[in-house]
Design a protein around this ligand. Structure first.
Ligand code: HEC
Ligand code: HEC
Length: 327
């Protein structure tokens, strides 16, 4: 009898500890990607550029279409490869005329960017549709001008029906609409993970090791900055002063030296890390973070435990077929 009571109380202790952990995660402003489609739409939709299937379909073609670049060789997918975690896997992004990014900036992932309030490493853009206009024109990325893009798209007869379906019959094919359609497609690039099941109340969705890692993550206060749905994208913070690799590239944040807090979703798949892609090992990135952001010396085991937890943020990548591009 006593034995059973002991087992029962150990069991309920774990149950209690796990639901306390869940409560704490929610208290620290970690939020799930909702399993409910309606709630998800509520999070990502924008009344100024409402999501429609026609816009998403068009945006997908444009995202993959290298003809939006001056050379006809580079698409959004070149640097944000959807089959590679939404990144390119190189330190500094390589664009038009194979130029490396002049500030040695690393391509961040496009997955879950729909949840950010700030886009770009310095957070200078507030909307995906505004963001998309940057790379289309940047001389070291796709190197086009708005006029060139409008003329090229208008010359591809097959695009007409898709623009009509997305924006209304005979609406001119504009740079603005091009960016809005791309943004609509990007809003479908969200990746639910086991951690979201956990946050929605399924405390068995994480392994004991991952729960242990989440405890360390919360205890060390990583969630001070890596919070909300994307575990990033919501604030900017100082990094540069003490950053070990600050001399790689010339980026020093925005005018106040602040850098956007990047997402931790799918972080195990988006090496190399940091704005200049200077660190390839995730545990090293975690140790660097503890040192420069939290002035904490954490042990190797604690860093490993956090990395174990970060694996639970590997999401389900939306399955899609490669679009046939209009001619
Ligand atoms: C040559 C490589 C390259 C191409 C091509 C490219 N990007 Fe990027 N992208 C980058 C880099 C580098 C950054 C970071 C730049 C910065 O912060 O100034 C970035 C930033 C972004 C961000 C912000 C994400 C964040 O975490 O802040 C989004 C979204 C994005 N790109 C989408 C796109 C779309 C859509 C296209 C096509 C229209 C595109 N990119 C084309 C390299 C590229
Ligand atoms: C004070 C705010 C803050 C805190 C606290 C913080 N971070 Fe960060 N984190 C940032 C910023 C800002 C960056 C981007 C730095 C850069 O690239 O220059 C970043 C980048 C990262 C990256 C690299 C992401 C990428 O895509 O390149 C990882 C991994 C990371 N943080 C993990 C952690 C962990 C784990 C903790 C807790 C030990 C933590 N962070 C605590 C603000 C913070």
């Amino acid at each position: 009898m006593q034995k059973y009571i002991l087992i029962l109380s150990v069991f309920s202790f774990y149950l209690y500890a796990d639901s306390a952990l869940l409560q704490q995660a929610l208290k620290e402003k970690l939020r799930p990607i909702p399993s409910s489609k309606t709630q998800l739409l509520h999070l990502v939709d924008d009344p100024e550029n409402p999501l429609t299937q026609a816009k998403i379909d068009l945006g997908k073609m444009l995202y993959f279409d290298p003809r939006l670049s001056k050379s006809n060789l580079i698409s959004c997918n070149t640097c944000h490869n959807l089959a590679m975690g939404g990144v390119d896997g190189v330190g500094a992004a390589v664009g038009h005329r194979w130029q490396p990014n002049p500030q040695h900036l690393h391509s961040p992932t496009v997955y879950n960017a729909a949840f950010y309030i700030f886009q770009f490493w310095d957070g200078r853009s507030l909307h995906l549709s505004d963001q998309a206009k940057g790379p289309l024109q940047a001389p070291f990325e796709m190197g086009s001008t708005p006029d060139e893009i409008e003329q090229k798209l208008a010359s591809i007869e097959g695009y007409r029906t898709y623009f009509d379906a997305a924006f209304g019959m005979d609406t001119p094919i504009t740079f603005e609409n091009t960016a809005q359609a791309i943004a609509a497609f990007e809003k479908t690039l969200v990746t639910r993970s086991r951690f979201d099941d956990f946050l929605e109340g399924n405390i068995d969705a994480l392994t004991q090791k991952e729960k242990e890692g989440l405890r360390v993550f919360l205890k060390k206060r990583c969630s001070n900055c890596h919070q909300d749905v994307a575990m990033g994208g919501m604030m900017k913070y100082f990094v540069m002063k003490k950053f070990t690799y600050k001399d790689i590239g010339t980026f020093s944040g925005n005018a106040n030296n602040l850098v956007k807090v990047p997402t931790l979703r799918n972080i195990t798949k988006t090496a190399p890390y940091f704005h200049n892609g200077s660190v390839w090992d995730l545990k090293e990135a975690v140790l660097e973070m503890a040192r420069i952001q939290l002035k904490l010396k954490i042990t190797d085991e604690e860093a490993q435990s956090i990395v174990d937890f970060l694996h639970a943020l590997e999401g389900d990548i939306p399955q899609m077929s490669y679009p046939m591009l209009p001619r």
